[in-house]
Design a protein around this ligand. Structure first.
Ligand code: SF4
Length: 423
């Protein structure tokens, strides 16, 4: 059985696809790069925007066009949220509501000879490696306990569930044999550990205690936090960022969503612009350099020119090196989907998005210029590009024998506004 895997969306989905791959390979399947070569295809979907749902439908249709005999299984967040839509598609053979690798594999390889000789279901609870072997994802939790008004991911993934810290450390040790960088992955990693202590008792495990343990017990890799909320970066974590000697890399992706307190309130966010600003300034002050990114949503219902100006001002004030700007799109089942009044027109959303993206690009350019001449620690991602500790993509020139996934050190140079590293 040959299987082609398609993944949309965030790192958590990419991690989940790796669990599909590992489970399918354990049952004897071979993973192939093209739908034309495959007997079956798994599309692991995302539902963060309308565009994400559209992309899923488009990829399903084009895979089937490329290979009319393909058995297509749709899984992931959009499949959980919009199950009926996919069931109705003639191209789709099966729908798995969510990310269970056993359910996905059962649709494709239920008659595995491996299964016949084992009473327990096959499949590793722990991942051994990701493909390609560059940076690896280390999933620490799933789900989220918040209720942001715009978020369909929470609806698709449910409440926060933390993985056992011993399992995470074991998995990190296995992954460290193939990867020199591991990225913490989850839907809301700042909630790590809340569900591991009984209610009412002090929280024994937190993201910071887990990070300390990983830094201690898994020596040969560097770690990256991935997306984390400003109010959930505690002092202990800032100390680790400052004093781990680069093993916890100086890069944070911190959802901001809006710089207007009234929009943040309508979004049901729990923090103010001041909370966000003060935390980011404190972190930037403590680190010699920092890759800092954020998600910003424009055109949330009721967002006025003044609200947007406050968002723009906050972006200007903080040392962002990149932004992910999303125009608001109403997601079925969310609180914001019912906010019919004060909808912002598509033209205004487009204008605000362009404005912020331009601003973010200029800030990113300025940051890259500042890094020229300084050393960087780069993971080789392919023969042309690598990723620095502060999340800059750099062009690699020189030694063609550099191996995928190697960690290399080089000063950064600039050529035609591109960062390059000679190896
Ligand atoms: S914090 Fe808000 S946006 Fe983030 S996953 Fe939870 S509900 Fe969604």
């Amino acid at each position: 059985m040959k299987v082609h895997l398609i993944t949309h969306g965030c790192k958590a989905n990419q991690y989940d696809t790796e669990t599909f791959r590992q489970e399918l390979e354990a049952r004897g399947a071979q993973i192939v790069d093209e739908p034309e070569e495959a007997d079956a295809c798994v599309v692991n979907t995302c539902t963060v925007t309308h565009q994400a749902d559209r992309t899923a439908r488009k990829d399903i249709r084009s895979a089937k066009r490329a290979n009319p005999d393909l058995q297509i299984v749709v899984a992931g967040c959009s499949a959980a949220q919009r199950t009926e839509d996919y069931v109705q598609m003639p191209e789709v053979a099966d729908v798995v509501e969510g990310h269970d690798q056993i359910e996905v594999a059962d649709q494709i390889a239920p008659e595995s000879p491996y299964l016949d000789t084992h009473e327990e279901p096959v499949g590793a609870e722990l991942l051994d490696e990701h493909k390609p072997r560059t940076r690896g994802w280390l999933k620490i939790q799933d789900g989220c306990d918040r209720n942001c008004a715009f978020c369909a991911t929470k609806l698709a993934r449910g409440d926060s569930r933390s993985r056992d810290p011993d399992d995470i450390v074991d998995e990190a040790k296995r992954l460290s044999r193939s990867h020199c960088e591991l990225v913490f992955t989850g839907i809301h990693i700042g909630h790590y550990g809340r569900d591991l202590s009984p209610r009412g008792e002090p929280q024994e495990h937190t993201l910071s205690t887990l990070t300390e343990r990983l830094l201690d017990e898994v020596p040969d890799v560097r770690f990256r936090l991935g997306s984390i909320e400003a109010t959930e970066i505690d002092d202990r974590m800032i100390n680790l960022l400052e004093h781990s000697g680069g093993r916890l890399v100086p890069h944070l992706h911190v959802p901001m969503q809006s710089g207007s307190n009234s929009v943040l309130r309508d979004m049901r966010r729990w923090h103010t612009r001041e909370d966000y600003r003060d935390r980011m300034r404190e972190i930037a002050r403590r680190l010699p350099y920092l890759g800092l990114g954020a998600d910003v949503m424009v055109g949330f219902p009721g967002e006025t020119e003044e609200d947007f100006a406050q968002t723009r001002e906050l972006v200007e004030q903080l040392p962002f090196t990149y932004l992910h700007v999303f125009p608001f799109s109403a997601r079925e089942g969310t609180a914001a989907a019912d906010m019919e009044e004060d909808r912002v027109s598509p033209e205004i959303k487009g204008k605000r998005s362009r404005d912020l993206r331009e601003l973010a690009m200029k800030k990113g350019e300025r940051y890259r210029e500042r890094r020229v001449g300084q050393a960087a620690e780069i993971v080789v991602e392919n023969e042309d590009y690598g990723m620095t500790e502060d999340y800059l993509r750099v062009e690699l020139t020189g030694d063609p024998d550099q191996r995928l996934g190697d960690l290399m050190y080089a000063p950064l140079e600039m050529e035609d506004s591109d960062l390059i590293a000679r190896i």
